[in-house]
Every structure is written in structure tokens, then in C-alpha cells.
Design a protein around this ligand. Structure first.
Ligand code: ADP
Ligand code: MG
Length: 483
């Protein structure tokens, strides 16, 4: 099965309008109140009723920002999201308008508050960074973008014109605005590093890595919430997109609520279970597609590439944001291929040794082990591999598309580790100097265990100077703490 087929199938939405008797029409999303208990977090709601609205916003912006930065983000699990889906299905089945409207209000208010909290956490935490970094142009652009997003969310929260169409438009705008965050931050830190080299300022590698772990993890969470909500709300109102159109007119059970059977078959009889950004997919199929993508870059660069040897005993499926898995596999495979081809060049080998991938599912974890025989590295170097912007390849030119570059940004490994840890998984590297490298990727099996791991600004971080920037359990929330 080919992922491009799935992608195509996913985009094929059924446009026939969704029928809810006396219900909410297309473009609105319905959510059961019980499902978003978090949305009514007491402190946020109470505070919301005491503010005077956007009129005095400019005057009190700093206070508002501090207020939100002092609220702990809510860590959601995949199970929470699935529960929400199930509630939606029930409400759609029951054709209940009042509940539908409550759902709309709750999802908007939960997300607006949550995004305000997460944005404010980032903005306020950034204020503790070294001055020269904060004065960097790339950094200032990035910071201004976060500020603008906070302002727009705050205004939306206080406007009378709240509906899901407006909200989703705002989310799309926010998503586009922050599209180049990774590049912006990479260039800001690179230039700051040069500044330190040219002046007497000490570049603090470890605190910087720890700060960037937090910054990027927060970005992963914010983006995931936005993208999942945009996709899920569209799907709910445009019906589940993989309904077979030919059978649709005769199939009353499907027609009733659009997605009564959440596991559908598309025209190629491929079973797809998808909701928003969550997709139940075969891990080995995703890996094979990533291998092909990495291989084409490798072939272009070295005129050859290592073969893939896949060791699987069963088809392991996982409900996961597929884009996260794709990122991890693509980056790890590129690293393995590059190191292998360099070894071949150095040792004049004609046949590149293959990359071996083992996939197994245990009671708690799915483990993916990606092994190369590229010569490995001294064990003391492994820690450096996880430093941001550490690379043994030349840095790509400004403006290059990170997606099509073999190496050089130095963010492949550290970001892959964050993507693995985001839903309580992990990524570990073991190397045998003179032989090769094994990368272990662990994903949680149960949806309840797949819980967001997020940085928390309060209460510890705000008291720490950047020099002593360390991390304890209290600086993170949700999932398993491994930072
Ligand atoms: N499988 C591997 N074998 C040897 N070295 C590796 C391997 N994977 C990663 N590395 C080292 O780790 C560094 C950082 O990797 P990464 O974060 O992906 O950045 P980049 O690929 O842009 O250099 C690489 O530059 C390389 O020196
Ligand atoms: Mg890389």
C-alpha cells in the first residue's frame, strides 16, 4: 500500500451537505461539554469574566501575558481526542441542536484559552534569554509573530463575533505565520553563536539546547492542536471523507451521521482509520515511503544508496500523527544513508552495506530499530549529536527548503527526539565505534499513554537564570519525563 494513495483518498472529501435536523450546518463543530472539562479550567474562566475586554488591552497587555504564562498548559492524550470524536458521533446521531451549540462554544473557548496559555508561556520564557540573542533580527521577527498571535487570540476571545468559521480562519492565519519558525530560530542561534565567537561572550551550549528543547516542543504541541482541530472540524461537517460515493445513496447507516463506522474503506479497499491529524497506519508502510524519499536524495548526491532490509513479523499499526513519524523516519534514514555513503567513499567500497530496520510490538511499546554499518562514532560524541545546529556537514544556504536537504541544519536528530517524546515515546542512539549506529524509536501502544509532554513556564523556570538553565520534572508536564 502506498501512502500517496492514502493522501489522495484523504483529500477526497464528500461535499454533500451534512444533515442534522434543526442542527448546526457545515462550518461549525460540535463538541460535548463533558469532553472538554479542561476547557472550563476554573482560573481561566473566572479571570475571563473579570477583564474589561480589548479596549484597555494595550494598557494591560503585559499583565494579561503574565496571567496566561502563569497557567499550566493542559496536556491532552490521544484517548481524550478519541473520546471527543465518539461524543461527536453520538450527538450527530441524536440530532441534538442544543448540545451541538454547547460543543461549538466549548471547543472554541478551550482552544483559544489553551493557545493563549501556550503562546504566553513561550513569550514570557523568551524574556530570560541572553540579550544578544533577543536582539537578533531573526529572533525579533519570530518573537513579534508570537506577540501578534497572542494579540489576535486575545481579541478573538473578547469579540462578540465568535463563530467556528472565523475561528478556523484565524487558526489558518496563525499556522501560516509561524511556518518558518525552525529556520528563523536556527539562523538566530547560529548568528548568536558567531557573535559570541567574535566577542568575549560565553556561548552556553547546554542551556541553549535545553531552552530549544522547550521552545520546539511547545511549537510541536501548538501546531498539532491547530492542525488537528482544523482537520477534525472539517471532517465532522463534511462527513467522514472516505465514504464510498457509489454506495452512499443506498447506505442508510452511513448516511445517518456520516461516520457511524469510523473505519472506512476507500475505492482501493484500503482500510483507513483517521480523525483530524490522527491516523491508524502501518508503521512499516510509513517507513518504506520515507526510505524511498530519502533514497532519491541520496541517489542524487552519491549516485548510489544503501538498500533497506526490513525485519517484521506482523503488520504493526499505530494511531499517531503520521507527519511526526514521517519526520523521524526521514531524518534518521537520511543520517544513516549519508554516513554509509561517506564510509563507502572513504574505504572505496563498491556495495554500500544495507540499512536494517526492525519493528516489533510489545505490551506497552512499539519499537523501531534503525541500524546502519557506517562506522559509528566515539561514544563521547553522541551527546553532541543532539545539540541543535551541531552538524558535521556544511550548513545549507539561507532560504533553502529543509525538506529536500540531505544534511547540514543540525536539527534532524534533536527534533526527531522531540517528536518521539511529544506523545510520551522516546528516541535513543547507540553506536559501536568502528562498526555502526543503532537508533531506537519507542512509541506508546495505548492511546491513553500517548499524552502530550509540554514545557511548563511556572513555577520553576521563571526563577532560573539562563546560565543555570536546567530541567527537572516540575519544568515539564504530562507524559513520561525524560528531558
Ligand atoms: N547514523 C549516523 N552515523 C554517523 N553519524 C551520525 C549518524 N546520525 C547522526 N550522525 C551525526 O550527528 C550529526 C547531527 O545529525 P542531525 O541532527 O541529523 O544533523 P545533520 O544531519 O543536519 O548533520 C550529524 O552531522 C552526524 O555527524
Ligand atoms: Mg540529519
Amino acid at each position: 500500500m502506498n501512502l500517496s494513495i492514502l493522501r489522495h483518498a484523504k483529500n477526497k472529501t464528500n461535499n454533500s451537505s451534512f444533515k442534522v435536523k434543526n442542527g448546526v450546518k457545515n462550518g461549525n463543530l460540535i463538541i460535548r461539554k463533558s469532553n472538554f472539562r479542561l476547557a472550563t479550567a476554573a482560573n481561566t474562566q473566572t479571570w475571563a469574566t473579570t477583564i474589561n475586554g480589548p479596549d484597555n488591552f494595550k494598557l494591560n497587555r503585559t499583565d494579561y501575558m503574565k496571567h496566561y504564562a502563569n497557567i499550566q498548559p493542559h496536556s491532552l492524550s490521544i484517548k481524550d481526542m478519541e473520546r471527543f470524536r465518539a461524543d461527536c458521533e453520538t450527538i450527530l446521531e441524536n440530532e441534538c441542536e442544543v448540545e451541538s451549540r454547547i460543543q461549538v462554544e466549548n471547543i472554541s473557548s478551550f482552544l483559544v484559552n489553551e493557545l493563549l496559555i501556550r503562546c504566553a508561556n513561550v513569550i514570557v520564557e523568551n524574556k530570560g534569554l541572553p540579550r544578544a540573542l533577543r536582539e537578533n533580527d531573526h529572533f525579533q521577527r519570530l518573537e513579534a509573530n508570537y506577540g501578534q498571535t497572542f494579540d489576535e487570540l486575545f481579541n478573538f476571545k473578547n469579540t462578540n463575533n465568535q463563530n467556528l468559521t472565523n475561528f478556523n480562519d484565524l487558526l489558518r492565519k496563525i499556522k501560516n505565520r509561524h511556518g518558518s519558525v525552525i529556520e528563523d530560530m536556527a539562523f538566530a542561534v547560529q548568528e548568536y553563536k558567531h557573535h559570541c565567537e567574535d566577542s568575549s561572550e560565553n556561548y552556553l551550549e547546554k542551556p541553549m539546547t535545553k531552552y530549544l528543547d522547550r521552545f520546539y516542543m511547545s511549537r510541536i504541541g501548538i501546531r498539532f492542536l491547530i492542525e488537528h482541530h482544523l482537520d477534525a472540524s472539517t471532517e465532522i461537517y463534511e462527513k467522514f471523507p472516505l465514504v464510498d460515493q457509489e454506495n452512499e445513496e443506498n447506505d442508510c447507516s452511513d448516511k445517518k451521521n456520516g461516520f457511524s463506522d469510523s473505519t472506512k474503506k476507500n475505492k482501493d479497499n484500503i482500510r483507513v482509520d483517521r480523525f483530524g491529524r490522527l491516523e491508524k497506519q502501518s508503521v512499516s508502510e510509513i517507513l518504506e515511503i520515507c526510505y524511498e524519499n530519502a533514497r532519491s536524495i541520496c541517489d542524487n548526491l552519491y549516485m548510489d544508496s544503501p538498500a533497506l532490509e526490513l525485519d517484521i513479523t506482523e503488520n504493526v499499526e499505530s494511531t499517531y500523527p503520521c507527519a511526526h513519524l514521517e519526520y523521524i523516519f526521514f531524518e534518521i534514514l537520511k543520517n544513516a544513508m549519508k554516513a554509509t555513503m561517506e564510509r563507502c567513499e572513504n574505504e572505496k567500497l563498491t556495495d554500500p552495506p544495507p540499512i536494517k530496520v526492525l519493528i516489533r510490538q510489545g505490551k506497552n511499546d512499539v519499537t523501531i530499530k534503525i541500524s546502519d554499518r557506517a562506522g559509528g562514532a566515539p561514544s563521547c560524541e553522541i551527546e553532541k549529536w543532539f545539540d541543535y545546529m551541531y552538524s558535521t556537514s556544511p550548513a545549507p544556504v539561507l532560504g533553502c527548503n529543509t525538506g529536500s536537504v540531505m544534511a547540514g541544519f543540525g536539527v534532524g536528530l534533536p527534533l526527531s527526539k522531540l517528536y518521539a517524546r511529544f506523545l510520551s515515546g522516546d528516541l535513543d542512539v547507540q553506536t559501536v565505534n568502528g562498526y555502526g549506529t543503532d537508533v531506537y524509536i519507542y512509541l506508546k501502544n495505548k492511546n491513553l499513554d500517548k499524552r502530550e509532554v509540554l514545557p511548563n513556564y511556572r513555577p520553576n523556570i521563571q526563577k532560573k537564570s539562563f546560565k543555570k538553565y536546567g530541567q527537572t520534572r516540575k519544568d515539564w508536564i504530562g507524559g513520561d519525563f525524560k528531558m
